[in-house]
Design a protein around this ligand. Structure first.
Ligand code: ADP
Ligand code: MG
Length: 384
């Protein structure tokens, strides 16, 4: 990403040479709707970033301009504004307040932000702005970077300042991402393993449906409740379980008949998706691409039929991918009801894949999709 524009603007506005920081967006390779069931997820950081240019100030004032939105705001670290204003700067002030609360002595700062992550597409522009700003605040205040604490500060900003009750995955991968690797995260213990992505000639291609159906947040809450209900009922027979994570597939098969049909389907997805995620980590690290194709297809089917969080546009993209040359895996990624699919496509077929998907998707939906070829990348850092 070109840093010339942001540096030039910073110098013009503040008459100083800024330091530069960046934090990536992410895509989840597999492990969907498993996070709030204490299960496994496997995201990778992508080569799309939020960049922050900044210099410290002598007072507690913070000035922030977003080039992306063409908007500016000022606030004082010592006089926190109201949370949940529904504004882009909730993310920025939220992370500053979370870091202060955790004991960090932050200096005021002048910041300019730029980004090449599509906003609201499910690639987590929000975690990346939180992490990039948090990283910049810490370095400019001469404080050490604890990547896990930084991720938690980003999540805290979403919970308390934005009002989005998200898990830790997005902020975790944005701070801890590693080039050519994904992270297998245990959402119960927050233990994580870096997983080498042995892809031979295959690339990750993200296809954005460019739709976000209104259902997504209400249905999300309903799914969470259905999973909790499943645990509550199963606990009568399996008293030691705390979450669906603790139920084996054979236990589920023995006792599924005591669950209402919908709850049964939701539990089946979560229990099997956890198994698929652990298997996919092994398949990625060994380069077993045929196995990945099956796991990704099974994940999509399960999200579509059992968890019922897909939508027409996502299904069209996954169906279209299955007819293309050189594709070894395609599934919806993210919470569903819109957003993106993730595809593994042979390098030599990427151009024809893009052209064909764009044409056919438009023919079926009258929407032009957005297509991003992405590489697994490092987490947040200072750009030297
Ligand atoms: P996603 O994380 O999937 O991209 P969200 O709705 O969670 O979508 O977060 C998007 C919001 O994050 C934007 O509406 C905006 O408030 C904030 N945001 C993200 N990137 C920027 C940016 N570069 N400048 C200002 N605000 C941003
Ligand atoms: Mg987000």
């Amino acid at each position: 990403m070109d840093t010339f524009r942001i540096v030039e603007l910073f110098q013009k506005k503040y008459g100083k040479q800024p330091r530069l920081f960046k934090a990536p967006g992410r895509v989840n390779l597999i492990g969907e709707h498993t996070d709030y069931n204490d299960g496994f997820v496997m995201p990778m950081a992508i080569d799309r970033w939020t960049i922050v240019a900044g210099t410290p100030r002598e007072d507690s004032k913070v000035n922030v301009t977003s080039i992306t939105l063409d908007k500016s705001v000022s606030f004082d670290l010592n006089k926190p504004g109201e949370p949940k204003r529904g504004e882009w700067y909730d993310y920025v002030e939220g992370v500053a307040q979370a870091l202060l609360k955790s004991g960090a002595t932050l200096r005021g700062a002048d910041f300019i932000i730029d980004s090449n992550i599509p906003i609201g597409a499910g690639l987590s522009s929000s975690a990346s702005i939180e992490v990039a700003i948090g990283f910049a605040f810490l370095v400019l205040s001469n404080l050490p970077i604890d990547r896990i604490k930084l991720a938690l500060a980003g999540q805290n900003a979403e919970h308390n300042y934005v009002g989005m009750n998200c898990g830790i995955m997005d902020q975790f991968i944005s701070t801890l991402g590693k080039k050519n690797h994904a992270l297998l995260i245990d959402c119960r213990s927050l233990d994580y393993k870096t997983i080498k992505l042995e892809l031979s000639d295959f690339l990750f291609v993200i296809c954005d449906t460019r739709v976000k159906h209104k259902l997504s947040s209400s249905e999300y809450n309903i799914r969470r409740q259905e999973c909790e209900k499943g645990v509550k009922i199963l606990r009568k027979i399996l008293p030691n379980i705390k979450a669906l994570r603790d139920v084996t597939f054979s236990e589920f098969n023995c006792h599924a008949n005591i669950l209402p049909v919908n709850v049964q389907k939701r539990c089946k997805h979560v229990i099997q998706e956890n198994l698929r995620t652990v298997q996919a980590a092994e398949a990625f690290s060994k380069g077993h691409l045929g196995m990945l194709k099956e796991l990704m297809a099974a994940s999509h089917r399960s999200l579509r039929d059992d968890y019922q969080v897909s939508c027409k546009e996502l299904d069209v993209l996954v169906d279209l991918a299955s007819f293309q040359n050189g594709v070894t895996g395609s599934r919806m990624t993210g919470g569903g009801f819109g957003g993106c699919t993730i595809n593994l496509v042979n390098k030599s077929n990427v151009q024809e894949f893009k052209a064909s998907i764009c044409k056919e998707y438009f023919a079926q939906t009258q929407i032009n999709p957005e297509i991003h070829v992405c590489e697994p990348s490092d987490g947040a850092c200072e750009i030297i």
